[in-house]
Design a protein around this ligand. Structure first.
Ligand SMILES: Cc1cc2nc3c(=O)[nH]c(=O)nc-3n(C[C@H](O)[C@H](O)[C@H](O)COP(=O)(O)O)c2cc1C
Length: 108
Protein backbone atom coordinates (compact mmCIF):
# COMPACT_ATOMS: atom_id res chain seq x y z
CA UNK A 1 0.00 0.00 0.00
CA UNK A 2 1.00 3.61 -0.37
CA UNK A 3 0.19 6.85 1.40
CA UNK A 4 0.22 9.96 -0.71
CA UNK A 5 -0.09 13.61 0.22
CA UNK A 6 -0.89 16.41 -2.20
CA UNK A 7 -1.84 20.05 -1.99
CA UNK A 8 -3.83 22.08 -4.51
CA UNK A 9 -5.46 25.47 -4.93
CA UNK A 10 -9.24 25.49 -4.55
CA UNK A 11 -11.35 27.13 -7.26
CA UNK A 12 -12.74 30.46 -6.08
CA UNK A 13 -16.32 29.10 -6.01
CA UNK A 14 -15.42 26.43 -3.44
CA UNK A 15 -16.93 26.91 0.02
CA UNK A 16 -17.27 24.77 3.15
CA UNK A 17 -20.57 23.27 1.97
CA UNK A 18 -19.00 22.16 -1.26
CA UNK A 19 -16.08 20.60 0.63
CA UNK A 20 -18.56 18.75 2.87
CA UNK A 21 -20.23 17.37 -0.24
CA UNK A 22 -16.90 16.33 -1.79
CA UNK A 23 -15.90 14.58 1.46
CA UNK A 24 -19.26 12.80 1.82
CA UNK A 25 -19.15 11.52 -1.76
CA UNK A 26 -15.49 10.56 -1.35
CA UNK A 27 -16.24 8.70 1.89
CA UNK A 28 -18.70 6.48 0.07
CA UNK A 29 -16.65 5.84 -3.06
CA UNK A 30 -13.37 5.39 -1.22
CA UNK A 31 -14.86 2.80 1.11
CA UNK A 32 -15.86 0.79 -1.97
CA UNK A 33 -12.24 0.96 -3.23
CA UNK A 34 -10.65 0.39 0.18
CA UNK A 35 -9.09 3.84 0.02
CA UNK A 36 -8.76 5.84 3.23
CA UNK A 37 -7.46 9.29 4.01
CA UNK A 38 -8.14 12.83 5.07
CA UNK A 39 -9.22 15.99 3.31
CA UNK A 40 -8.30 19.44 4.66
CA UNK A 41 -9.43 22.78 3.27
CA UNK A 42 -8.18 26.05 4.71
CA UNK A 43 -10.31 28.47 2.70
CA UNK A 44 -7.85 28.58 -0.20
CA UNK A 45 -5.99 25.33 -0.49
CA UNK A 46 -6.74 21.64 -0.23
CA UNK A 47 -4.45 19.11 1.39
CA UNK A 48 -5.37 15.49 1.00
CA UNK A 49 -3.95 12.18 2.17
CA UNK A 50 -4.87 9.09 0.19
CA UNK A 51 -3.99 5.59 1.41
CA UNK A 52 -4.51 2.21 -0.17
CA UNK A 53 -3.46 -0.11 -2.95
CA UNK A 54 -0.98 1.75 -5.18
CA UNK A 55 -2.86 1.24 -8.46
CA UNK A 56 -6.16 2.29 -6.93
CA UNK A 57 -4.71 5.38 -5.27
CA UNK A 58 -2.96 6.51 -8.46
CA UNK A 59 -6.09 5.92 -10.54
CA UNK A 60 -8.08 8.05 -8.09
CA UNK A 61 -5.36 10.72 -8.03
CA UNK A 62 -5.70 11.00 -11.80
CA UNK A 63 -9.47 11.56 -11.48
CA UNK A 64 -9.03 14.09 -8.68
CA UNK A 65 -6.30 15.98 -10.56
CA UNK A 66 -8.75 16.55 -13.42
CA UNK A 67 -11.48 17.91 -11.16
CA UNK A 68 -12.05 21.58 -11.97
CA UNK A 69 -12.96 22.47 -8.38
CA UNK A 70 -9.24 22.87 -7.83
CA UNK A 71 -6.03 23.40 -9.80
CA UNK A 72 -2.27 23.24 -9.51
CA UNK A 73 -2.20 19.90 -7.74
CA UNK A 74 1.30 19.17 -6.43
CA UNK A 75 2.21 15.83 -4.94
CA UNK A 76 4.17 16.53 -1.77
CA UNK A 77 5.07 12.99 -0.82
CA UNK A 78 4.47 9.30 -1.42
CA UNK A 79 5.57 6.46 0.85
CA UNK A 80 5.02 2.73 1.12
CA UNK A 81 2.99 1.72 4.16
CA UNK A 82 1.90 -1.48 5.85
CA UNK A 83 -0.64 0.19 8.15
CA UNK A 84 -3.15 2.91 7.50
CA UNK A 85 -3.27 6.09 9.59
CA UNK A 86 -6.97 6.66 8.74
CA UNK A 87 -8.24 3.07 8.86
CA UNK A 88 -11.68 4.14 10.17
CA UNK A 89 -12.26 6.69 7.45
CA UNK A 90 -13.08 6.58 3.77
CA UNK A 91 -12.25 10.27 3.84
CA UNK A 92 -11.98 12.15 7.11
CA UNK A 93 -12.87 15.81 6.81
CA UNK A 94 -10.32 17.87 8.73
CA UNK A 95 -12.23 20.93 9.88
CA UNK A 96 -9.36 22.84 11.42
CA UNK A 97 -6.64 22.10 8.96
CA UNK A 98 -3.10 21.83 10.01
CA UNK A 99 -1.19 20.79 6.93
CA UNK A 100 1.96 20.13 8.95
CA UNK A 101 0.17 17.38 10.92
CA UNK A 102 -0.69 15.73 7.62
CA UNK A 103 2.86 16.24 6.37
CA UNK A 104 4.21 14.54 9.51
CA UNK A 105 2.42 11.35 8.41
CA UNK A 106 4.70 11.22 5.37
CA UNK A 107 7.80 10.75 7.52
CA UNK A 108 7.13 7.34 9.09
C1 LIG B 1 -10.02 18.28 -3.40
C2 LIG B 1 -10.81 17.12 -3.93
C3 LIG B 1 -10.67 15.87 -3.32
C4 LIG B 1 -11.38 14.78 -3.78
N1 LIG B 1 -11.23 13.57 -3.18
C5 LIG B 1 -11.91 12.49 -3.64
C6 LIG B 1 -11.75 11.22 -3.04
O1 LIG B 1 -11.01 11.03 -2.07
N2 LIG B 1 -12.46 10.18 -3.56
C7 LIG B 1 -13.31 10.32 -4.61
O2 LIG B 1 -13.92 9.34 -5.04
N3 LIG B 1 -13.49 11.53 -5.20
C8 LIG B 1 -12.80 12.61 -4.73
N4 LIG B 1 -12.99 13.82 -5.33
C9 LIG B 1 -13.98 13.92 -6.42
C10 LIG B 1 -13.41 13.43 -7.74
O3 LIG B 1 -12.56 14.44 -8.28
C11 LIG B 1 -14.53 13.14 -8.72
O4 LIG B 1 -15.39 14.25 -8.84
C12 LIG B 1 -15.39 11.98 -8.29
O5 LIG B 1 -14.60 10.89 -7.88
C13 LIG B 1 -16.25 11.57 -9.49
O6 LIG B 1 -17.14 10.61 -9.06
P1 LIG B 1 -18.25 10.08 -10.09
O7 LIG B 1 -17.51 9.64 -11.32
O8 LIG B 1 -18.87 8.96 -9.35
O9 LIG B 1 -19.17 11.23 -10.33
C14 LIG B 1 -12.27 14.94 -4.88
C15 LIG B 1 -12.39 16.19 -5.48
C16 LIG B 1 -11.68 17.27 -5.02
C17 LIG B 1 -11.83 18.61 -5.68
Amino acid sequence: MIRLFYVSTAHETVDQDMVDRIAAQAEQKNTEHEITGALAYNGRAFGQILEGDEDRVLTLLDVIANDNRHAGLVEVGRINITERAFYDWGMQRIKKPNFSDLMALMLD
